[in-house]
Design a protein around this ligand. Structure first.
Ligand code: FES
Length: 274
């Protein structure tokens, strides 16, 4: 059993949940995920570990309600309730070392999985520049947490209601064009954002990692939902990743596959594929 210690709505349809999971908290590393089974009738769903506290024995997850199962997991349980089980940590941890200057890019709820990675880079002595983005001010996630682990934080909103008006790639591109020192980039967020970050850094030959956690379905390596072409080879985000070399990911193929799943989700939600 996994007890929910705290639950709060952090932006529309996005919940922050703190779970009692001492064994996972003790072992997990930035970049890894867990699989939640809220009750035996439900389905297993993977979620990235957004924070962990080894002393308190807790992990934190940010979950966006996007379908029936995420709605059930978030909205049918309150603090004090228990999920049936939680398995982890799973997936390959992020590569951790002192690269020099690291730019951590998080878009939407992708800021949550970026946070423990940025914190660990900072602890290893990297200069951490974080760029976080959202559609508007109300959707900006974990700004203060990110500020606390960054040497510099740039906030972007698509509509300009807060911070820089525009996309996370704008300040990144400006930095690279000015010749500022950037040794490593990690980007987590919507697939289109990660593709655009990869396109931005490629001409400057800056190694860029993307975390494809959002494309996972069951997280066990069995459903094939997270299959992605990386350097021409088939990889599974949940087993071989979720982090990959962004310049080797076939984003065109990935986005095609995502469209197929989106249609199926819409049908599941009774929207007739609309
Ligand atoms: Fe099912 Fe990776 S999520 S195989």
């Amino acid at each position: 059993m996994a007890k929910i210690l705290d639950k709060k709505l952090v932006s529309p349809a996005v919940y922050e949940l703190v779970i009692e999971a001492p064994l996972i908290a003790r072992k997990c590393k930035p970049g890894q995920f867990v699989i939640v089974l809220s009750d035996p009738e439900s389905e297993r769903v993977p979620f990235t570990i957004a924070d962990f506290d080894r002393e308190k024995g807790t992990i934190t997850m940010i979950i966006q309600v996007v379908g029936n199962t995420s709605r059930h997991i978030c909205e049918d349980y309150e603090a004090g309730d228990e999920w049936d089980n939680i398995v982890g940590p799973l997936g390959q941890p992020s590569e951790m070392k002192n690269f020099g200057t690291v730019v951590c890019v998080g878009g939407g709820i992708g800021v949550a999985p970026v946070y423990p990675i940025a914190r660990a880079y900072k602890e290893l002595g990297n200069k951490v520049i974080s760029i976080i983005g959202a559609r508007n001010k109300d959707l900006v996630l974990w700004e203060e947490r990110m500020r606390a682990v960054s040497d510099e934080l740039i906030v972007c909103t698509d509509d300009g209601s807060y911070g820089h008006k525009g996309f996370v790639t704008d300040p990144l591109k400006a930095m690279l064009e000015k010749g500022e020192k950037v040794d490593y980039v990690i980007a987590i967020g919507p697939v289109i954002m990660m593709r655009n970050v990869a396109r931005t850094t490629e001409p400057f030959k800056v190694f860029t990692a993307v975390s494809l956690n959002t494309i996972m379905v069951d997280g066990t390596g069995m459903c094939g939902g997270c299959r992605v072409l990386v350097g021409g080879e088939n990889k599974f985000a949940c087993v071989d990743g979720p982090e990959f070399d962004a310049h080797k990911v076939d984003f065109a193929n990935l986005m095609e596959r995502q469209k197929m799943y989106k249609t199926q989700e819409s049908v599941e939600w009774g929207c007739g594929g609309a």
